[in-house]
Design a protein around this ligand. Structure first.
Ligand code: CU
Length: 333
């Protein structure tokens, strides 16, 4: 049986249904949902360009349809009247695209300058450092350091100061706006005001090596009181562990961990994420897995099995040591 044209049509439509079925408006990383002033400004430009493009498409397709209907090719039909060197038309189709570009360019340039702009007074500064393959967040005015999960207060301007200690990364949390490159030897800024409390997902948007796809970021926009509580909890020294967690602390202090990780009052390494309040984070390994004792244990035993290329070495830990360590780290709320 030869496939009929209707069969082809059905297959095509079924293909569309499958592909378009994956579309949704309000997904966690949708750039069509704006939750900050900067994201809204960018979305407005996007809307403007979409409408302008729809307008152009309508004009072009209407003219095309008119030509198809008006001048079909019939056997023996004469050529329609040919037009050459029509000054008015030529000037028209030179000026019209210029106008369209102006309509798009003026607001676009305004928004570019606005999003590059100086942070307003009183903005909360956060230093964002993109490492292969995790994010470090420092709050100089609060004396806090954390990783992979950024907390911001709703309604207060923040300025993110992007620094690249190793290779080029790009910080991108679509609903809060951005994306901005993190470039070694150069400081970039994003100034924005998140407007609604919630959890926003993002990820590195510039290919940066083996685990680029595993370099995720979570931003928690808290109500101002919740943010104050978070700051107070992070500033407090880590609680002294008891039981299995105390055994874990002993393993930590006698292992190579101390050379790479900081736990305030215990160690001062700087090559890996600060673990002082690791237990308050929901995920591990830059959004790789939920931070359960099970997953932390697996991570500590063979980090590269979970995250290809990871810069944390396999230290040959046995199951009991790894579990005790995981219990300790999870207790650091
Ligand atoms: Cu990256």
């Amino acid at each position: 049986m030869t496939p009929s044209p209707r069969h082809g049509l059905r297959v095509t439509l079924a293909g569309f249904a499958v592909v378009l079925g994956g579309c949704a408006w309000d997904t966690p990383q949708s750039s069509l949902v704006a939750r900050s002033d900067v994201a809204q400004a960018i979305l407005d430009i996007y809307g403007l360009i979409t409408w302008v493009t729809i307008g152009i498409a309508l004009v072009v397709f209407s003219v095309l349809a008119w030509v198809l209907v008006r001048y079909p090719d019939r056997p023996g039909a004469p050529l329609p009247r040919q037009t050459r060197g029509h000054s008015l038309l030529e000037i028209g189709w030179t000026i019209a695209p210029g106008l369209v570009l102006l309509v798009i360019a003026i607001p676009t340039i305004q928004v570019i300058f606005r999003t590059q702009g100086e942070a307003p007074r009183g903005a909360l500064e956060v230093v964002v450092r993109g490492w292969q393959w995790w994010w470090e967040f420092r709050y100089p005015s609060l004396g806090l350091v954390t990783a992979n999960e950024l907390h911001l207060p709703a309604g207060r301007p923040v300025v993110l100061r992007l620094e690249g200690p190793d290779v080029i990364h790009s910080f991108w949390v679509p609903q809060l706006g951005g994306k901005r490159d993190v470039v070694p030897g150069r400081i970039n800024h994003i100034a924005l005001t998140p407007d609604a409390p919630g959890e926003y997902l993002g990820q590195c948007a510039e290919f940066c090596g083996a685990s680029h796809a595993n370099m995720r970021v979570r931003v928690f926009v808290d109500t101002p009181p919740a943010f104050e509580r978070w700051v107070a909890a992070q500033k407090a020294p880590p609680a002294e562990p008891t039981g299995a967690a105390a055994d874990g602390k002993a393993v930590f202090t006698r292992s190579a961990c101390v050379g790479c990780h900081t736990i305030r009052g215990v160690s001062a390494g700087t090559l890996g994420p600060d673990l002082t309040h690791f237990g308050s984070r929901q995920t591990l390994g830059a959004g790789l897995l939920p931070a359960t004792v099970e997953n932390i244990t697996a991570w500590l035993r063979h980090p590269a099995a979970l995250k290809p290329g990871v810069k944390m070495p396999d230290l040959g830990l046995g199951e009991p040591d790894a579990r005790a360590l995981a219990t300790y780290l999870a207790s650091l709320k």
